[in-house]
Design a protein around this ligand. Structure first.
Ligand SMILES: *Cc1c(COP(=O)(O)O)cnc(C)c1O
Length: 373
């Protein structure tokens, strides 16, 4: 039987192939390779889709976070609070903006940032909290904001994994600023690197755009020291084609997650939960496999699944404070027990809009066998 990939980008391409080819021809005919009409149209369409008034396309998600942080004033000496369990880019963006990452633990059931821990970590040097909407559902930004009321601390949302997800009907960035990634494997993925910042405030969006275009909005006007981080026309074509299908694709992911919930109900794994008030978009469907305080059992199950042709994976095997890159933050092993346990025990199963019930049944069978071997 053919292998089942963790993510099937080829199946998604089939649905948009014609639109993408026609769009590529337009961009090439116009030679509008960086910026241009396709990028402007995508920015408008993505703002409309998210319900956040302003969207600025940038080169990738890591840049999006960095530029959003810099736009709200994060620079040397600023502390930025983020969860220990996230993709490394969240912490890298803080470091690149000149700030100091301050890590906190996650909630053991949802794996989302522990809002109380984040509020407790605020110091006079804190300039921002950077919640991550991990795996496809939103962290409780409203509660975070309420706890920060009266303090000069901004919220910048890492929305790389949650395109289309809502909490109480609203998407990331609705009240502030959110950074997202269109890396090919994300729910809305380009055919290369791409990202965006969405912001409620026009001035903040303009600052992001200025920072990302060499510090100026007109040619050779360089008002501040910026960087080169722009969306290109070919990626905008892909993103426009896929954006038109994103709501349906997210609904298909929800149906697939519900199917896994049924298929796995009798297995000895902890299934993922959706927090009340959230509409999940299932960027990742991960199960927890109880271990002995090491990743050994999870890793053995992963190896058996991979050997059976099931493309399972781990998001993420090493929490930020246990990486070499951020060892100098000085957090000891055991500092964030829930994040560390997640790193040792979580296993991501194949999920994508086009996954079939037969494929999911085979994943469940392979997982059952891998658990009892
Ligand atoms: C993918 C991702 C990023 C970074 O995006 P890139 O486009 O790869 O730079 C940041 N944060 C999270 C949580 C991600 O999943």
């Amino acid at each position: 039987m053919p292998n089942i990939p963790l993510v099937d980008l080829a199946a998604a391409h089939v649905e948009v192939a014609e639109e993408v080819e026609a769009g590529f021809k337009r961009v090439i005919a116009d030679t509008a390779f960086v910026g241009g009409a396709e990028v402007a149209a995508f920015e408008r369409e993505y703002a409309a889709f998210t319900g956040v008034p302003h969207c600025v396309g940038v080169a990738n998600g890591t840049d999006a976070i960095e530029l959003a942080l810099r736009a709200i004033g994060v620079g040397p000496g600023a502390e930025v609070i983020l969860p220990a369990n996230t993709f490394i880019a969240t912490a890298e963006a803080v470091a690149r903006a000149g700030g100091r990452p301050v890590l906190v633990d996650c909630d053991p059931a949802s794996y989302l940032i522990d809002v109380d821990a984040a509020l407790a970590a605020v110091t006079p040097a804190t300039r921002a909290v950077l919640p991550v909407h991990l795996y496809g559902q939103l962290a409780d930004v409203a509660r975070l904001r309420a706890g920060l009321a009266g303090r000069d601390v901004a919220v910048v949302e890492d929305a790389a994994q949650c395109q289309g997800a809502t909490r109480h009907g609203r998407q990331a960035g609705a009240d502030g600023i959110a950074a997202t990634s269109f890396y090919p494997g994300k729910n809305l993925g380009a055919y290369g690197d791409a990202g965006a910042v969405v912001a409620a405030d026009a001035g903040l969006a303009t600052t992001v755009r200025t920072l990302g275009s060499h510090g100026g909005l007109t040619k050779y006007a360089h008002d501040i020291v910026g960087v080169n981080s722009r969306l290109d026309g070919l990626q905008a074509v892909v993103l426009r084609a896929k954006l038109g299908r994103l709501a349906d694709w997210n609904a298909a992911r929800r149906a697939a997650a519900a199917r896994y919930d049924e298929l796995l109900a009798s297995l000895d794994v902890v299934r993922p939960v959706t927090v009340d008030g959230n509409e999940h978009v299932w960027h990742i469907y991960c199960v927890r496999i109880a271990g002995d305080g090491t990743p050994a059992r999870r890793d053995a199950v992963l190896a058996r699944l991979n050997a059976a042709g099931v493309g399972a994976g781990i998001h993420y095997p090493v929490p930020v404070h246990r990486t070499g890159a951020f060892a100098d933050l000085g957090y000891p092993a055991g500092a964030f027990p829930h994040a560390e346990r997640a790193a040792d025990e979580l296993l991501s199963l194949p999920i994508y809009p086009q996954i079939t019930p037969a494929q999911q049944a085979r994943v469940a069978e392979a997982l059952a066998a891998a658990l009892t071997d």
